[in-house]
Design a protein around this ligand. Sequence first.
Ligand SMILES: *[C@@H]1O[C@H](CO)[C@@H](O)[C@H](O)[C@H]1NC(C)=O
Length: 329
Amino acid sequence: MFGASSTPQQRLLHMDNPLYAILQFIWDLLVFLVKTIFFTTQTIYYSLLPNYLRKMKNVSGQVVLITGGGGGVGRLLSLNFAKQNARVVIWDINQEAIKTTIDLLARNGYTCKGYVVDISDRDQVYERAAQTINEIGNIDILCNNAGVVCCRPFWDLPDRVIQNTYNINIISHYWTVKAFLPQMMQNNRGHIVTVGSVTGMLGTYGCSDYSATKFACVGFHESLLTDLKTHGYDGIHMTLICPYYINTGMFSGVRPRMFPMLHPQYVADRILEAIRKNEVWCVLPHTIRVLTPLKCLLPAKVCWELMSRVIRGPESMMMFQGRGRVPAG
Ligand SMILES: *[C@@H]1O[C@H](CO)[C@@H](O)[C@H](O)[C@H]1NC(C)=O
């Protein structure tokens, strides 16, 4: 009678009866404790187990859609998936970039299909999604990877840049997920990947637009995961990737003091691995995870000293050049 088979609504109804509510609470705590011990042990076991001994998701034959697949990490991720014999589809706003990815895959003996899409345009996303499903089939793994960054102090950010950053980095996730989730729900099978950022865990100099959209990515991922789990869609997996600065040109000029910039191939390899292991939250590099609890526990002034004196975050960002493609305001 206390089993997991009862729906959230039924469990809420039990609150009418105080005795029942207390028993229910004690039962939930007990189950929680047992599961905590189990899952913690499982996590320790898995983190010690080498990958070749671990059973990972077989993505062979699965349709993978990668937004921003013409760019740095997206391109390498496309190749990684192709090497796993997945059927790769890329979306990008840039026809040339799509061609470069298709050529890279062709040189390695693989094919992929590319579509020119401006994901900041909702109608275009829905149109291309219908076309993609029609021509390729249902999407098994959706990688919301496309992103833009401008990197200027708040007062130098043109209005249009701010809106574009939001449209590309987070609003587009609503349109792509809306387009492909219904099919995943029908089969209770699929995987949605959100590429966030470490700046979505810690605010950063010159990123009042970028960082805020990446914080939104974290909230989007966590909330959608809750929706799916609560309603029994346990076959649809979600993975949030939070990488530190990646050396792709997107952040060219940035000179970090503490952590070296990540190599794009390392990031692409870890994304594939995280998806195949159904990881829920993957921070790159892993060690940066320690900064998040520090932010909540330390006094604000200590945090600022840590950021400005030890990590020298703002100074490292001031050399930012990016791709030099900042649209006019
Ligand atoms: C992975 O799946 C494909 C297609 O479903 C199948 O042919 C292949 O044998 C599988 N590979 C492994 C290692 O299970």
